[in-house]
Design a protein around this ligand. Structure first.
Ligand SMILES: NC(=O)c1ccc[n+]([C@@H]2O[C@H](COP(=O)([O-])OP(=O)(O)OC[C@H]3O[C@@H](n4cnc5c(N)ncnc54)[C@H](O)[C@@H]3O)[C@@H](O)[C@H]2O)c1
Length: 254
């Protein structure tokens, strides 16, 4: 499929997990991929692999974010897709009873303020073109509560969801679609390591997933490619869940 042929797609957090898998998928579908990350080695590597451009970007810096979209436009002539995906979930973001202001603010900055900055700087290019697709990475925790809390992370993803909905509505008649991607838990090396050490912890989560497993990053990337493409031309302001059925489940299969 070449649904993104010659489209210019910016991906933040392109050096890791979901961003990396999406860079590959976008390139397979014909896009010119602009990879942004604080990880210079990983970012440059994936950009080289997909024949795209790497722009070292800290998504919490407005100057960096403005320079990122400018570089995409100056190099390739348009900004058609923005996948605002970089995010963190550090261990010091935990229960509200123990999480301090430093962890709270850091997570809000990287997960939520970054999405505000990326949308703010991508939308003017898309308005001039009269066309664009923005996909902001939220999470299934934006729509469900968890007893194993990461309070700032959850609040930040709720913010991403609400902001995406509002932008989707505001810019709908200018040809710009904005959707919030809500992935379920993804089978990342970190998660594998954590659960190998603590099978009970894995089981406590797996029992809630009707499909009975965590997602592969490539399965999330497939959903992002769909939202980026014209196949999703009537989808905007959506809460796009790719969660193996978690958010719809009460009793799951044995
Ligand atoms: N992995 C999951 O289970 C899961 C589930 C739901 C949502 N998400 C969300 O998906 C997104 C990607 O997660 P992932 O699992 O691929 O994570 P990851 O840690 O594998 O990749 C995140 C990337 O973001 C980059 N990054 C971190 N801070 C940055 C900054 N300030 N500026 C630029 N880049 C920065 C990192 O260097 C890394 O390459 C995040 O927003 C995350 O919250 C992940």
């Amino acid at each position: 499929m070449q649904r993104l042929r010659d489209r210019v797609a910016v991906i933040t957090g392109a050096a890791g997990g979901i961003g990396l898998a999406t860079a590959r998928r976008f390139a397979e579908e014909g896009a010119k991929v602009v990879c942004a990350d604080v990880d210079e080695e990983g970012g440059a590597k994936i950009a080289e692999e997909v024949g795209g451009l790497f722009v070292r970007t800290d998504v919490t810096s407005e100057d960096d974010v403005a320079a990122l979209f400018q570089a995409a436009f100056e190099t390739y002539g348009s900004v058609d897709v923005a996948f605002n995906n970089a995010g963190i979930s550090p261990p010091d973001d935990d229960s509200i009873l123990t999480t301090g202001m430093d962890a709270w603010r850091r997570v809000q900055d990287v997960n939520l303020t970054s999405v505000y900055l990326c949308c703010k700087h991508a939308i003017p290019y898309m308005r001039r073109q009269g066309k664009g697709s923005i996909i902001n990475t939220a999470s299934f925790v934006a729509v469900m509560g968890s007893a194993t809390s990461q309070i700032s992370y959850t609040a930040s993803k709720g913010g991403v969801l609400a902001m995406s909905r509002e932008l989707g509505v505001q810019f709908a008649r200018e040809g710009i679609r904005v959707n919030a991607l809500c992935p379920g838990p993804v089978n990342t090396p970190l998660l594998q390591e954590l659960f190998a050490k603590d099978p009970e912890r894995a089981q406590r989560r797996l029992v809630h997933i009707p499909l009975g497993r965590f997602a592969e990053a490539s399965e999330i990337a497939a959903a992002v490619a769909f939202l980026a493409s014209d196949d999703a031309s009537f989808i905007t302001g959506a809460e796009f869940l790719v969660d193996g059925g978690i958010s719809g489940a009460y009793v799951t299969p044995l």
